[in-house]
Design a protein around this ligand. Sequence first.
Ligand SMILES: [Zn+2]
Length: 222
Amino acid sequence: MIKTLLNLFLKPNCPLCNRPAHTELCDYCERQLLRCRFPQNVKFATEVPLCVWGQYKDVLKRAIAALKYDHHTELAKPLGYGLAETWLSTPQSQISSLTVVPIPLHAAKLKQRGFNQAELLAKSFCELTGLSLSAQGLERIKETEALHQLSAEQRLKEMQNVFNLGQDFRRRRPQGSVLILDDIYTTGATVKAAISQLQQAGIPVAGVVAIATTQKSVISNQ
Ligand SMILES: [Zn+2]
């Protein structure tokens, strides 16, 4: 009884609903989270191959917000692992020598937040997939406005010269190709800017992985 009570006090509660939790989330939120997950073999009408864990809505949306804005960095583990499982179920995961590059934050934003959520997610992702991580593959040299408020043309302009090669790739180009990782894939403008920077440096990009997307899937079965 005392032990159970102690456990209740020692274990942090669920960051989303404050109920007691055995893992990062409580059983209830974990079940709700799984309801956001895409079915296997889901596909998107994007230029670059995109692999996403779930739809950006409900509990998944709240979990990403808790990670980014409320410092619940422990959530990077279940989210990153979930994405890794999804990735490992795709035929693309057979590509050898891939280097995972998280979308970087601008230095000022990084200082303000204290961590880059995409980097934390990429760490968990690489733990499970065994892929190598290059956290400094890209560098963000420009802060961008909230893209969803802009027109397509403004967005394109805003995304010019946002990224540079980071110190990892300036020192040594990766072997094989790059897999870009971001927390949320919305318009694809950020990812496109990152890809164009890598391609200009002669680094091929195999695809993009993201925890969540606002994009609608086009095919849910092969
Ligand atoms: Zn909960």
